[in-house]
Ligand binder design. Structure first.
Ligand SMILES: Cc1cc2nc3c(=O)[nH]c(=O)nc-3n(C[C@H](O)[C@H](O)[C@H](O)COP(=O)(O)O)c2cc1C
Length: 183
């Protein structure tokens, strides 16, 4: 799989999932293999700050983070999306991001393409997307764009045509990025 989309929302088929999948669907049109993963229902505990990962280069906590992290290492492009909770990403997404500290020491994600996606009801999404962009830049991803969509009830995002078009445009950029890499 070349492009991995991750929705950090606890709504499995909520607005974040739909906006992330809009990026993936466009990538798929170029014949590129994608995979979508929802963090809904997964057990992803917080980083405990133990610093064991400085030596082991992977998080030693045993939960569902591992499987998603392995997929992320395998993917050439990662599209990470989150719902906006109190002007930032939700807790599940933040736990997921914090645990990637274990991949940071050897810059294991450097050079991968990265996309930031956030959905807000009406405010705070820019800050949520900045948190994801901070994750991407810290790990030295190549930024392929970001989008903030609007929606409150699950499915509302389908009515935000500007965000959907933006997601599709980012999808085309992801495909071009992978095309350039293939030469
Ligand atoms: C605990 C909580 C906090 C929220 N905080 C904000 C907020 O600060 N700004 C905002 O515009 N929407 C806020 N919302 C609304 C969600 O961002 C919105 O419903 C979004 O579409 C959820 O995405 P999802 O369907 O992918 O979970 C909040 C929702 C919840 C449950």
């Amino acid at each position: 799989m070349q492009v991995l989309g991750i929705s950090g929302s606890m709504r499995e088929d909520g607005n974040t999932a739909r906006l992330v999948r809009a990026v993936l669907d466009e990538v798929g049109k170029a014949g590129i293999e994608t995979e979508f993963v929802s963090l809904a229902g997964m057990q992803i505990g917080p980083c405990t700050g133990c610093e064991i990962c400085q030596k082991e280069h992977f998080c030693h906590i045993q939960d569902d983070w591992d499987g998603v992290a392995e997929k992320m290492l395998e993917a050439q492009v990662v599209v990470l999306g989150a719902p906006t909770y109190y002007f930032d990403v939700n807790g599940q997404t933040k736990n997921f991001i914090d645990r990637t500290y274990s991949l940071y020491h050897r810059r294991r994600l450097a050079g991968h393409g990265g996309v930031a996606v956030a959905v807000q009801a009406n405010t705070g999404g820019e800050r949520a997307v900045q948190t994801i962009e901070g994750f991407l830049s810290t790990h030295e991803f190549v930024s392929l764009g970001s989008v903030v969509g609007n929606g409150f009830r699950a499915g509302d995002i389908d009515g935000d045509s500007a965000a959907m078009e933006s997601a599709r445009s980012i999808g085309r950029r992801c495909a071009a990025f992978l095309g350039e890499r293939r030469g």
